[in-house]
Design a protein around this ligand. Structure first.
Ligand code: BTN
Length: 258
């Protein structure tokens, strides 16, 4: 494991730290005008009063219990944006492995799980400004939550690093490593190293390979065998749809494994 005593942020990154804010994603979005010349920017906070998850869900963001951070940066609109959720997931998995030595699993596109329970989530919001995309990549990691901290509906579905290791974690020590890992992977994306991204994602998602999953797509639940992530970042599902009972491989670019 690396020495976390003196973690360093990437040199070109502007870091804005709050004790509290509504949502680090919202801060980046509403301050694009002032931040534009300072990008890339990372916003971190000790707690969020209006933390947001995917699909309009709330993200529980209590003080001292989690890491709540977002990266703001620009990418060309044709720079392979479909790989962004994947590198964000890889970043969290690799950072947490470095911090606590645990191997976590990636559930496409970017939920981070331990034994089926969610330990971290990612919210990516992109805004088009002319030829450029302003990308906001928010990460929430459950560090020090205990079961009693989660609302009832999450008690069976969520976990935290503390629940796995018994230790307490300081987000200020993890944030620099998270930033370093993320911007390294962003360089891979910008340099079109797509095959490396896909093979890494498939390695971290290997636990699902050849298992039957249920998949939520356009208000429909589809059942199929998980075959992995294809070369352009889509989910490959063997839906066994055809009349001969042979598998039919279908690629999905949006949706959620349930
Ligand atoms: C999910 O639903 O899995 C995504 C959760 C993303 C939470 C993070 S915490 C930092 C950033 N700010 C937000 O309001 N949400 C993201």
């Amino acid at each position: 494991m690396m020495n976390l005593l003196k973690p360093k942020y990437p040199g070109n990154l502007k870091v804005i730290s709050f004790k509290q804010c509504d949502s680090t994603n919202d801060y980046l979005r509403s301050h694009y005008g002032d931040l534009k010349i300072k990008l890339p920017v990372m916003v971190t906070t000790g707690l969020q009063t209006a933390g947001r998850g995917r699909d309009k869900r709330t993200w529980v963001s209590s003080k001292g219990k989690g890491l709540y951070s977002s990266f703001g940066f620009e990418l060309a609109t044709d720079a392979g944006l479909q790989y962004l959720p994947l590198i964000a997931g890889i970043t969290v998995i690799e950072t947490l492995r470095e911090i606590c030595g645990m191997d976590l699993g990636l559930k496409w596109p970017n939920d981070i799980l331990y034994k089926g329970k969610k330990i971290a989530g990612i919210l990516i919001e992109n805004v088009i400004y002319g030829p450029l995309m302003y990308c906001i990549t928010g990460m929430g990691i459950n560090l020090n939550y205990i079961p009693a901290d989660f609302p009832d509906e999450l008690k069976d579905k969520a976990t935290s690093l503390k629940m796995l290791t018994g230790k307490t974690y300081n987000p200020d020590k993890i944030n620099p490593l998270l930033a370093k890992t993320f911007f390294n992977w962003l360089e891979n994306l910008k340099n079109n190293r797509h095959a490396l991204i896909i093979s890494t994602v498939n390695r971290y998602g290997a636990i699902l390979k050849d298992r039957e999953i249920r998949f939520h797509h356009n208000k429909e639940i589809i059942t199929g065998i998980y075959k992995g992530i294809n070369t352009d970042g889509g989910l490959l599902l063997d839906t066994k749809e055809d009349s001969n009972g042979e598998g039919a491989n279908v690629i999905y670019y949006s949706g959620e494994i349930v």
